[in-house]
Design a protein around this ligand. Sequence first.
Ligand code: CP3
Length: 347
Amino acid sequence: MTDKTILRALKGETLPVPPIWMMRQAGRYLPEYRATRAQAGDFLSLCYNPELAAEVTLQPIRRYGFDAAILFADILLVPQALGADLWFVTGEGPRLSTVTAQGDFDTLKPASAVHETLAPVYETLRILSRALPAETTLIGFAGAPWTVATYMIAGRGTPDQAPAHALKAENRALFEALLERLTEATIEYLSAQVEAGAECVKLFDSWAGSLNGADFDAYALAPAKRIIAELKARHPGLPVIAFPREAGEKYVGFARATGADCVALDNSVAADWAAQHVQVDGCVQGNLASSHMVTGGQALVDETRAIVEAFRNGPHIFNLGHGITPDADPENVQLMIDTVRAMAPAT
Ligand code: CP3
């Protein structure tokens, strides 16, 4: 039994008002985040400092009272825990040592070794489980194998994931060995997050949309299915949110095929369409365009209401379609929350 609204929605309950949280809710659009990050030094030092990582996780909960807190960390900590070099270039993004040949792969550690590097993340979760308000759900997360592999193969973020597609074409055995290692590491990592207090986990497959046809099934769907099955075997009843971003029509049936309790929708799919074709399988999360957090105004209010209306007859967690951007106005976040919460039906 739980009173936590996010957990109720994930179990399939239709609530009068959807619970709400926001991807990247702890981030640079908040002055208090920028202050704590300056105190920590760089972004990775913040991720590995349990007290400060817990502090930035709590900041948006204090300011807005979101229904969920998401662990503050990054999907690229897993490659680092496997032995890749990782650093962030200000204004540009992540850089990693690359995996493009068998010799690179051979230097990676086994999946069971990730805990050594990731132990501070588990400590962040333990601090958060004690510090969060009773009604707030604690969400853990990891990147999905394909998305994380795209960064490891290219050594950076890429607009079209071309280096990963090239390795898949040229050396499929190596590509599949890398995905396999990441699948095992993700199971280890998420399972440890649950043991440390995460009540739900989310799998971010940010680049799922660039996998087509059989590749989507083999490299987005199948790893998600395996990760979810193993996590649920180890932690019966654990709710899982899958985010195959920009999957388009492949969102249909994704929850059923992978065993996910909820699929997170990006804002390229229409809410009315998703209510009909995706929400029939259970809870959905999303999907306001994050640009509204920059522009605000009546368009934000109208679009927020339309999304709540579209998903009103089934389980729904309100969220953005992707992470909030650093140029967002914190007042627009409040306007979104007020708009959602004002939509409780009159009784
Ligand atoms: O949602 C949350 O607040 C939880 C924490 C979280 C972060 N990154 C913090 C972060 C989560 C869930 C992520 C996921 C993540 N990280 C993804 C998948 C989701 C997505 O956005 O598509 C990806 C691809 C990454 C990799 C990553 N991390 C990139 C490409 C960047 C640089 C781009 C940028 O925004 O600067 C990051 C950095 C990052 N991760 C920041 C935050 C708050 C900004 C770091 C800073 O303070 O400078």
